[in-house]
Ligand binder design. Structure first.
Ligand SMILES: [Fe+2]
Length: 428
C-alpha cells in the first residue's frame, strides 16, 4: 500500500534519511565486528549493509535504470537473501566467510547505488514514479527491518566474545517490579488487519473480521523477577508445562534460563548491548522463545494472546497509532527493554521493549494475495512453521511499529528481542 503523498523530493529525502541511519548504527562497529557471523541465524553487519543496497538495486534500479548493469555481478549472488525469482544465492550459514568485499568496499557499493537511486527518482516521469513509489517505500521498510536485525545480530556476535564488548549506552538504575494489572476487553465481532492509509506489508491484508469472546490482557510484560520465580519453581524442569516440541528443545539444548542469562557464583547476569549486568527484576524478560513464553503462561495459569486479541486490545485501548502512543523503540537509544513504570489503567509497553509472542501461527489472512513477481517472496512464502509476534522492540526504528504489524519467527527462536504478555479469559 503506497503512501500517495510521495513525490520525488520526499522520496529522496526519506531515502537519504533511512540509508544514513543504517550507517549510524554500524558506525560503532569495527570492520572485524562487521564481518563475524556467530550462528546461522545471524548475518554480519556488513552483509546487512550490502543486502539492503542490493534490494534497491534489484527491485528498483534493474527494472527502470536505462542501460542498467549490476554494480558487481558477484554481488547479485552474494547479497540475495532468499529471492528464488532473482536467481541463485550464497549459502546463508556461510555469510561470515565472506571476507571480501570488505567494509570499505561495501561502503562504495552503498554510495554508488545511493547516487543512482537519487538520479533515477529525480528523472523519472511522474506516472512511472507513482508506480515505483510503493517499491521504493517497501525498500525503506525493508531497510528498517534490517536495522533492527543488525542490532539483534550484533548483540549475539558480541555475546560470544569473552571480552563482552559494549555496543552503546549504559545500564539504567535497577528498577522496582510493578504490580501486574489487567485490561478488560469486550471483544465481539472485530476487524483485524491494515485499514489503508500509511504503509503496511502485504501480510497485514486484507482487513477482515474475527469473533472474540470477552478477554483480558496483562497491562505490562512479564518481568525478569517473575521469570526468576518460574525458574525457582522448576519451570524448566517440569515437562507438564511445555509443548512437546518445546520440551524437546529444553532437553536437547539444556535450556534453564533466558537466552542471554548466565549464572556466575549464584548470580544471574544478562548480556545486553549496554554490557553485562546482574538481571534486573523489574525489567521485562527478554530473549525467550515461543516455547518458553507458552510454558510460562501455563505455569502462571494464563495463556498467550492470539494476534487478533492483541491487535484489537491495542485499538480498543486507544493506542492504534504507534507514533502517538510512544514507547521504548530504538530512538530512545537504550537498546534494551525498560521497566513498565506506574500503572496507567491502560496497556503499557505496547510498542517497543520486546516483541510479544502470540499463540497465533503465522498464516495468511483470509483472501491474502502476495504481490506478483519476485517481490511476492517477501512475506508469503514464510507462512509455515512460524509464530506471530506483535508490538516491536527496543531495537525497532521509530516509524516501523504499528498495531497491525505481524512479525514472525520460528517458535524455538531466542536471539530476537522477544518477550511475554499474558492473556486470560476469551472462552464462553
Ligand atoms: Fe532482507
Amino acid at each position: 500500500m503506497p503512501d500517495p503523498t510521495w513525490d520525488a523530493a520526499a522520496l529522496v529525502a526519506r531515502y537519504d534519511e533511512v540509508r544514513a541511519h543504517t550507517e549510524t548504527l554500524a558506525a560503532p562497529l569495527s570492520p572485524e565486528d562487521q564481518t563475524v557471523q556467530s550462528m546461522p541465524d545471524v548475518s554480519p553487519t556488513k552483509w546487512h549493509r550490502a543486502h539492503v543496497t542490493w534490494f534497491f538495486e534489484t527491485f528498483v534500479l534493474a527494472g527502470h535504470e536505462p542501460s542498467f548493469t549490476p554494480y558487481q555481478d558477484q554481488y547479485w549472488f552474494l547479497f540475495n537473501s532468499y529471492y528464488e525469482g532473482v536467481g541463485p544465492r550464497y549459502a546463508r550459514p556461510n555469510r561470515g566467510l565472506i571476507s571480501r568485499p570488505g567494509v570499505h568496499d561495501v561502503g562504495l557499493y552503498r554510495a554508488d547505488v545511493d547516487a543512482r537511486m537519487r538520479d533515477l527518482v529525480t528523472t523519472l516521469d511522474g506516472g512511472t514514479l507513482d508506480k515505483l513509489a510503493s517499491t521504493i517505500e517497501l525498500g525503506f521498510h525493508h531497510e528498517q527491518q534490517h536495522q533492527e536485525l543488525l542490532l539483534m545480530d550484533i548483540k549475539h556476535v558480541l555475546s560470544v566474545n569473552p571480552l563482552r564488548p559494549v555496543y552503546a549506552g549504559t545500564p539504567g538504575a535497577p528498577s522496582e517490579p510493578d504490580p501486574l494489572g489487567w485490561v478488560e476487553v469486550e471483544g465481539g465481532l472485530v476487524e483485524v488487519g491494515h485499514r489503508g492509509g500509511g504503509f503496511g506489508f502485504d501480510n497485514e491484508l486484507p482487513l477482515h473480521q474475527q469473533w472474540l469472546e470477552p478477554y483480558r490482557l496483562a497491562d505490562r510484560l512479564v518481568t525478569n523477577g517473575e521469570w526468576l520465580q518460574f525458574m525457582a519453581d522448576g519451570g524448566y524442569a517440569r515437562h507438564e508445562l511445555w509443548l512437546s516440541d518445546g520440551w524437546a528443545r529444553v532437553q536437547a539444548e539444556g535450556w534453564r534460563a533466558p537466552f542471554y542469562w548466565t549464572e556466575v557464583d549464584g548470580v544471574w547476569l544478562e548480556h545486553t548491548l549496554n554490557g553485562t549486568w546482574p538481571v534486573d527484576p523489574g525489567l521485562p524478560v527478554s530473549h525467550v522463545s515461543h516455547y518458553e513464553a507458552d510454558a510460562y503462561a501455563a505455569w502462571a495459569g494464563k495463556r498467550l494472546p492470539t494476534e487478533g486479541e492483541w491487535e484489537h486490545a491495542v485499538v480498543a485501548d486507544g493506542q492504534a497509532e504507534a507514533a502517538e502512543a510512544g514507547g521504548n523503540l530504538a530512538d530512545t537509544e537504550t537498546y534494551h527493554p525498560r521497566a513498565a513504570g506506574p500503572s496507567t489503567g491502560h496497556l503499557r509497553q505496547v510498542y517497543g521493549d520486546c516483541w510479544e509472542w502470540t499463540s497465533s501461527a503465522y498464516l495468511a489472512y483470509p483472501g491474502y494475495r502476495p504481490s506478483s513477481g519476485a517481490i511476492g517472496e517477501y512475506n508469503g512464502k514464510f507462512m509455515s512453521g512460524q509464530m506471530v509476534l506483535r508490538g516491536g522492540c527496543a531495537l525497532t526504528p521509530p516509524g516501523h511499529a504499528r498495531a497491525t504489524y505481524r512479525n514472525f519467527f520460528p517458535p524455538g527462536s531466542r536471539w530476537a528481542l522477544s518477550g511475554v504478555r499474558l492473556a486470560d479469559g476469551g472462552v464462553r
